[in-house]
Design a binder for this molecule. Sequence first.
Ligand SMILES: C[S@@+](CC[C@H](N)C(=O)[O-])C[C@H]1O[C@@H](n2cnc3c(N)ncnc32)[C@H](O)[C@@H]1O
Length: 218
Amino acid sequence: MSEATVAQRDIPRIYSRIAPIYDVWAALTEARARRACLERAAVRDGESVLEVAVGTGLVFEQLVKANPSGLTEGVDLTEAMLDRARRKVSGLPGRHRLRVGDAHRLDAPDQTFDLVVNNYMFDLLPEADFPVVLGEFFRVTRPGGRLVLVNMARPTRALHRIWDVVYKINPAWLGGCRGVDLAPEVARAGFVNVERELLSQMGFPSEIIVARRPAAAA
Ligand SMILES: C[S@@+](CC[C@H](N)C(=O)[O-])C[C@H]1O[C@@H](n2cnc3c(N)ncnc32)[C@H](O)[C@@H]1O
C-alpha cells in the first residue's frame, strides 16, 4: 500500500476547490460503489446512524430518506462540502444533523450508533491513522451495530493502474486518494464478520467492507 501524500491539514483547502465539481466525478467513477454501500447498510427506519466524511451528501441524503423516524448525523472536515450536503437534505423529514468534525476525534458518546458509514476517506489518511480512526468507529458503534466502509481499492487489473499514474502525477487530482486494503485493519480494530467486495467503474477500483461490532456478552 502506498502512503498518503496529502497532509490532513491540506484537506479542507483541496476539497473546498473540488466541491463544485465533486458530484460529476462521483457519478462517473463511484456511483456503483455508493449504491452497493447503501444496499449493504440496509438502514432500518428508527435507527441511530452516523456518516463520517459525508462530503457533498450523496450517501447522507439517501440515509436520511431511509430513516425518517430515526436520527441521522454526519460530519466532515470541509465546510464547503458540508454546505452542499446541507442543501441536499434541507426540508427532508426526520432528525438529521450535519457539522464539522474530525474522524480522529468523534464528538459522540461511546456506543451511540446502530450504523456507522464512511466512504472514500481512509484512502486519503496516513496508514498510521487507520487504527486511531477505526478505534473511534468501534467506540461509537453499539454492540451488535454495523460498519460499512467504501474505499478506493488497490489495483487488481491492468486498467486500474491508470489511476496510480494519475496519483503519481498529482495526488490532488484524485483528491489525495490512493488504493488501500482495509479489511485486515477493520478486524484488528475488534470488528467481526468482516466481508470485502470489490467492484470497479471506469477502471476505478473500490472496496466495500461490511463488519459488525460484537454483541455484548449475555
Ligand atoms: C473523497 S471525499 C468523499 C466524500 C463522501 N464520503 C463521498 O463518498 O462522496 C473525502 C471527504 O473526506 C473528508 N475528510 C477527510 N479527512 C477527514 C477527517 N479526518 N474527518 C472527517 N472528514 C474527513 C473530506 O473533507 C472530504 O469531504
